[in-house]
Write a protein that binds this ligand. Structure first.
Ligand SMILES: *Cc1c(COP(=O)(O)O)cnc(C)c1O
Length: 426
């Protein structure tokens, strides 16, 4: 929420000036940014105008510990003063410790292994190369899937607007309707190298796969000897209330991709391969990364995992997510049709295409939310967000919905910086 001392209205000259410079210096792939952010603390961020916002997106499920968490600050500072990078001709203590810890948290059997990279896309690329080592070339993914933007990962991503300008992409990928077991059975054959699924489709609007669906995915891949790769880039690292979402389905995948929350904001991705057979399919020289697994990123990720464990954030994530769902539904607002997702990866679904307007009004009122679909906003706040902080948003939601759907909405331009302050700001 805007601080009472901050300018009460208008985009602010400083924001306008920086956005102008942004547009003259950065490739326009993201459209015009909405804010120029300067600092953060816990679940809050401040823009350069001094306005405060409750960050309910958390860098899109990245800032697991929130902003400026002392454990992450200390770990990164200490490691930066010690050793930032070495080539993969060498290893470091944080790298080995992080791999061991990820395997332990994943409940991975003896002989499992981790490959570190720098992003979710790269983790998917590693999974694609792993799949190729089956000697088959078919990959099955789901309609609505998002797996990244490189030309390999993009082939697995479903959205036509992302794919079509860059075709032809990696061949051999089939997309099946999400949640349809019969379609899975028909598409996954002895020519399939891997079935790649998100346990909860994040970018498609926080659409959970049911336990039965995910278990069927395990069964059909097992039957034809294809790999089951679960893309937990968004759902992993405690986001859904367990370390990994697959643990709630009670299955063991062949591989899992990780990134977003793993480094708490420091770039790191990982491919986890389960069991000795899958973990020996890529042999020396077959894959690599210059930065992947560097001591700085690994020290950051270790701090994230230690803090989630030490502060009991898995249980908190379950409770906070359930609290949010209950509180939103208890509003009984006619424009709210439901709450989807698990833990602190949620979508509030709306009766109509109001998400963009809602997100704009929310931002003006000091809440960062994401219009993930025309009729749904996504919340993926830091796992340290308190229920009291979530209640600030829930309490404001009816007013924001009314504003978003008022016939004389002042504007629906989501690209302009905030132009009004709210009286009910804390
Ligand atoms: C964000 C995301 C990716 C891509 O990750 P990047 O770090 O942006 O490359 C891949 N898969 C899923 C499920 C994601 O949410």
């Amino acid at each position: 929420m805007p601080d009472p001392t901050a300018p009460a209205s208008g985009p602010g000259a400083a924001t306008a000036a920086w956005l102008e410079r942004y547009e003259h210096a950065l490739l326009t792939v993201f459209g015009r940014p909405q804010l120029v952010l300067e600092r953060g603390e816990g679940a809050w961020v401040w823009d350069i105008e001094g306005r405060r916002y409750l960050d309910l997106v958390g860098g899109i499920a990245v800032n697991a510990l929130g902003h400026n968490h002392p454990a992450l600050v200390v770990a990164v500072s200490k490691q930066a003063g010690q050793l930032v990078h070495v080539s993969n001709f060498y290893t470091s203590v944080p790298q080995v410790e992080l791999a061991e810890r990820v395997l332990r948290l994943a409940g991975a059997p003896e002989g499992s292994a981790v490959f570190f990279c720098n992003s979710g896309t790269e983790a998917i690329e590693a999974a694609v190369k792993l799949a190729r080592r089956t000697g088959r070339t078919g990959i099955v993914a789901a309609e609505g899937a998002f797996h990244g933007r490189s030309t390999g990962a993009l082939a697995l991503t479903h959205k036509a607007a992302y794919r079509e300008p860059f075709e032809p992409l990696l061949p051999g990928v089939t997309h099946v309707p999400w949640g349809d077991v019969a379609a899975l059975r028909a598409a996954v054959t002895d020519e399939t190298s891997a079935l790649v699924l998100e346990p909860i489709q994040g970018e498609a609007g926080v659409r959970p796969g049911t336990r039965d669906y995910l278990r069927a995915a395990r069964a059909v891949t097992h039957d034809v000897g294809a790999l089951l790769v679960l893309d937990e880039v968004q759902t992993g690292i405690g986001r859904t209330g367990t370390w990994f979402a697959f643990q709630q389905a009670g299955l063991v995948p062949d591989a899992v991709t990780l990134a977003k929350g793993l480094g708490g904001g420091v770039p790191i991705g990982a491919l986890v391969t389960f069991g000795p057979q899958v973990s020996t399919m890529l042999t020396p020289g077959m894959h690599g990364s210059t930065f992947g697994g560097n001591p700085l990123a690994c020290a950051a990720a270790l701090a994230v995992l230690e803090t989630i464990e030490g502060e009991g954030l898995l249980a908190h994530t379950v409770e906070a997510g359930e609290h949010l769902e209950r509180a939103v539904l208890a509003l009984g607002h006619p424009l709210v049709t439901g709450v989807r997702g698990a833990g602190l990866l949620r979508a509030i679904t709306l009766a109509g295409d109001h998400a963009v307007a809602l997100a704009a009004h929310a931002r003006d009122a000091g809440f960062i939310v994401n219009p993930v679909a025309p009729d749904a906003i996504r919340l993926a706040p830091p796992l340290v967000v308190t229920t009291a902080e979530l209640d600030l948003f829930v309490d404001a939601l009816p007013g924001l919905l009314d504003a978003a759907t008022a016939p004389a909405t002042p504007r629906q331009d989501t690209t302009a910086p905030p132009d009004r302050a709210t009286k009910d700001a804390p």
